[in-house]
Design a protein around this ligand. Structure first.
Ligand SMILES: Cc1cc2nc3c(=O)[nH]c(=O)nc-3n(C[C@H](O)[C@H](O)[C@H](O)COP(=O)(O)OP(=O)(O)OC[C@H]3O[C@@H](n4cnc5c(N)ncnc54)[C@H](O)[C@@H]3O)c2cc1C
Length: 416
């Protein structure tokens, strides 16, 4: 069913009884050309582009829970392509270009809003670093503007410009950055993939891999064994656990990351702001809630709930940046499981088992990469060769030293 003004009107006058389910809730078949483990944004986007770009439709996405129940439905919805390093910029900019066409492509309202992402700086050194990042972006054809203090004040007059400890000196603005409705992205990709023949199988946990002579031949699941010519792992925070089932290790730690939403307020924050003197980012949803977050909880965990010290730390960041936030009440908070790689950049590569592929290590920021990640991962799976925008995300870079340390922070997950 295509969505249009006409279909909306027709359903409105007929009492909204004729809407069809958005995708088929398929039962698993005994064999597929490609099995994708994980029905998050990346797994679903990969299935969609395998079908759309490469004509590979005998595909199953196996999700242990329900689609959209992982990080894709838990993030703070920020999309941007304001990266510094040559290894990263092409992928995130490809992703941004796909975001810009996504709703037409999927015929689905993902509420993509290019409302601008502003990274604030508070010192001369930080200004120089942002100027350098902005220049790198522009060299790659990505939009970037360096604002001085008055430029920032025009956009966000309510920020605390004069705090003695963290005076705001300016900011790096990417106007094409913004937000997207996170769960609609999962549903839109699921619908697009299902329409093209992909089986989306929920409540189907992968519990092991079948491997013969160094080649993957299928997966064991909570709903029986499934044979596959190729298997692709896209399980975000569970990457290390799933890789261990195929007997290889990943340079990844799983951490809890929390998100917060305030009660609904009148429009106050038109874009996305990130605080440069602490770890805090904020935007306002179309319903009026302030959506914000900060640092990961500082310990490894597979629990999808966070702890109070991090809540306090995030709220302190918010208060330092915009004291008016102290009047707003937090309505909801939740957490997701993020897969923190040791250089802060993702892994999109063949696994050390033939026919097995891995997509992992998205750290704080895999949502914005969803379209690009699915696009290049589908390319890798279909053609057995990396997409030109994703040649650097190799698993062996941690052994060879060709790391992509975007922040220059070393192997410190909380700083990525
Ligand atoms: C609180 C929070 C805020 C964030 N904010 C942003 C942001 O503003 N911008 C941004 O770009 N990124 C953000 N991120 C990061 C982003 O959400 C993730 O990097 C990205 O969503 C991960 O990819 P995914 O969507 O495929 O993951 P998920 O949605 O987690 O998908 C992985 C799926 O694999 C399934 N799975 C796991 N094990 C198995 C198994 N054995 N068998 C079958 N299925 C399995 C899981 O159930 C899950 O559904 C945030 C993350 C969190 C937690």
């Amino acid at each position: 069913m295509r969505y249009s003004l006409l279909s909306l009107l027709a359903n409105a006058v007929s009492g909204h009884k004729a809407w069809k389910p958005q995708w088929r809730d398929a039962a698993p078949q005994s064999a597929y050309d490609v099995v994708i483990v994980g029905g998050g944004g990346h797994g679903l986007a990969t299935a969609y582009y395998l079908a759309k770009e490469h004509g590979i439709t005998n595909v199953a996405v196996l999700e242990k829970g329900w689609i959209g129940g992982g990080n894709v439905g838990r993030n703070t919805t920020i999309i941007r392509s304001n990266y510094l390093l040559h290894g990263n910029i092409p992928l995130y900019e490809l992703s941004m270009q796909l975001w810009e066409k996504l709703e037409q492509d999927l015929n689905y309202n993902a509420m993509i809003s290019q409302r601008g992402v502003l990274n604030l700086f508070h010192s001369d050194g930080q200004r120089d670093a942002y100027a350098r990042r902005g220049n790198a972006m522009r060299i790659h054809g990505v939009d970037a503007e360096l604002l001085d203090r008055e430029g920032v004040r025009k956009l966000y007059p309510f920020l605390n410009f004069d705090a003695a400890r963290f005076p705001i000196q300016g900011g790096l603005l990417q106007r094409r950055g913004g937000t997207a409705r996170h769960d609609a992205v999962a549903w839109g990709y699921a619908r697009g993939a299902s329409d093209r023949g992909v089986d989306i199988v929920q409540n189907c946990e992968v519990t092991g891999f079948t491997i013969a002579d160094g080649r993957v031949t299928g997966v064991r699941t909570s709903r029986g064994e499934i044979r596959a010519r190729k298997v692709a792992i896209a399980v975000a925070g569970s990457s290390s656990r799933v890789a261990a089932m195929a007997s290889f290790r990943l340079p990844i730690e799983s951490h809890v990351l929390q998100a917060f939403v305030s009660e609904g307020l009148k429009p106050i924050i038109p874009g996305v702001i990130t605080f440069g003197a602490g770890h805090f980012y904020i935007s306002q949803s179309d319903k009026g809630g302030l959506v914000f977050g900060g640092d990961i909880d500082g310990y490894n965990s597979y629990a999808q709930r966070g702890n109070l010290p991090c809540v306090e730390d995030v709220c302190e960041g918010g208060m330092a940046l915009m004291p008016a936030i102290g009047r707003a009440r937090v309505l909801r908070s939740w957490a997701g499981l993020v897969d923190m790689s040791m250089d802060g950049s993702p892994i999109i590569d063949r696994a050390p088992v033939d026919g097995l592929f891995v997509n992992a290590g998205w750290c704080y920021g895999g949502f914005k990469a969803t379209p690009g990640s699915g696009f290049v991962f589908a390319h890798l799976i279909a053609r057995d060769a990396p997409h030109p925008a994703a040649t650097r995300f190799r698993l062996d870079r941690f052994r060879t030293g060709n790391i992509i340390d975007e922040k220059g922070q070393g192997a410190q997950p909380n700083l990525h």
